[in-house]
Design a protein around this ligand. Structure first.
Ligand code: SAH
Ligand code: SF4
Length: 393
């Protein structure tokens, strides 16, 4: 294959993506330059900020890769109070972040649903509705997603983790609480409820092939997401998947693969929001800056109070938070400037993709049912508009 010719195309087959993910030397440089050009043409050079608040590490699930899985008794559990959460929100508001992300383990109860609803109303009051709120609280019922949307959440992050159902099975306990089909259904619910939907995968997992990763990117295109957050898988000592650590690529190779995934995704989905995730920074202190140079346009500064940071350990060596660090904003801005971008203070930063999809009509409280393409199409046909899986039409 000729990399130059390939990079002129608008969409890719599985084989072509696998080829690009394997690019090294000059070919890798061409891929990264092409993604940077595509970024400049389609999402300008702005970087939007989302203040990340990890408000509880309590979780009812047992994902085999995750350090805060419920069976891990080594981790001290915490739940931030409303006041602590609102202090962090105020910090984001005063720092002109434009958005906050409330993330947690997966908890399913009326009490939890109501608590999040109440927090959403408080955030709306604090900022007079000017702060966008993203939720990332796992799988919930359609009714819960709808209630949160109606109370002010406008974006939701739910990573599919892997779009290969067989690989998904290997990463999760085999029981009704960890079903690939449920995850897919939830992505469908989120679109139906009106959210800007974000998904993502872990990169460099045990058992994962290059074809799996290529399919992950085609899956994101197929379900037509507005935002993506994906980063390298990082092993955690107190998890069952740690036993597979000998099969892993080196951290540097996982990191490089993650950058190539971001670059190819930018070419495939030109106008979506792509996050430079914390897991990149866990491998390379300049990881997020490098991601901003090859297609990413979102940074999520962690604004969880420092005293909780040791307990929200999805993986080891999670980078530290913004709190207690007076120079944090200055260093963040320097990082963004160094990557050749501009920090978009006080802007929501909805993805261009969403804006075009929405055509400026505003989706809040509007029934989107008719415009939703069922994600189950992925399972039944594995056929992507403008692209093919396994090269077959
Ligand atoms: N409980 C929610 C949100 C918090 S977990 C959920 O699962 O959706 C957020 C993300 O952390 C997960 O989607 C997963 O992709 C990522 N994660 C968990 N363990 C990880 C690990 N060991 N390495 C890298 N990412 C991990
Ligand atoms: Fe819980 Fe999310 Fe971790 Fe799974 S990935 S154990 S749902 S926090």
């Amino acid at each position: 294959m000729n990399t130059n010719d390939l990079l002129k195309k608008d969409c890719f087959t599985t084989e072509e993506i696998v080829y690009l993910l394997g690019a090294n030397g000059n070919d890798k440089t061409l891929l990264f330059e092409s993604a940077a050009r595509c970024q400049a043409e389609n999402v300008q050079n702005k970087v939007y900020l989302r203040g990340l608040i990890e408000f509880t590490n309590c979780c009812s699930k047992n994902c085999l890769y995750c350090g805060i899985r419920s069976n891990n008794r080594q981790v001290k559990r915490y739940t931030m109070t409303d006041k602590e959460i609102m202090d962090a929100v105020r910090f984001a508001w005063e720092s002109r972040y434009g958005s906050v992300v409330l993330q947690s383990g997966e908890l399913i109860s009326d009490g939890f649903t109501r608590r999040v609803e109440k927090l959403l109303r408080k955030i709306e009051r604090l900022s007079d509705g000017k702060l966008r709120v993203t939720l990332s609280c796992g799988e919930q019922s359609y009714d819960t997603y709808r209630r949160w949307f109606e109370n002010g959440a406008s974006r939701y992050l739910l990573r599919i983790e892997s779009s290969n159902p067989e690989l998904y099975k290997k990463l999760h306990p085999d029981n009704q609480h960890h079903r690939f089909e449920t995850r897919m259904k939830c992505l469908e619910y989120l679109k139906k409820a009106g959210y800007q939907v974000g998904t993502g995968v872990m990169i460099g997992l045990p058992f994962q092939t290059m074809e799996d990763l290529a399919h992950d990117l085609l899956f994101m295109k197929q379900i037509d997401v507005d935002m993506v957050g994906m980063g390298p898988y990082l092993e955690h000592l107190d998890t069952p998947l740690y036993a597979c650590r000998h099969q892993l690529l080196s951290k540097e190779n996982r990191f490089q693969l993650a950058l190539k995934m971001i670059a190819v995704l930018r070419l495939l989905m030109k106008d979506i929001n792509i996050a430079a995730t914390t897991a990149l920074q866990a491998i390379d202190p300049m990881g997020r800056e490098k991601a901003l140079k090859v297609g990413a346009n979102i940074i999520m500064p962690n604004i969880t109070p420092g005293r909780y940071q040791d307990f929200y350990t999805l993986y080891e060596n999670m980078p530290c938070t913004a709190e207690d660090n007076e120079d944090y904003m200055a260093s963040l801005e320097a990082l963004i400037t160094l990557a050749g971008h501009e920090t978009a203070y006080g802007e929501w930063g909805d993805s261009e993709h969403y804006r075009r999809r929405d055509k400026g009509q505003g989706t809040r409280k509007k029934d989107l049912t008719e415009s939703v393409r069922p994600v189950s199409v992925w399972l039944s046909t594995k056929k992507i508009k403008g692209a093919t899986v396994n090269g077959k039409q």
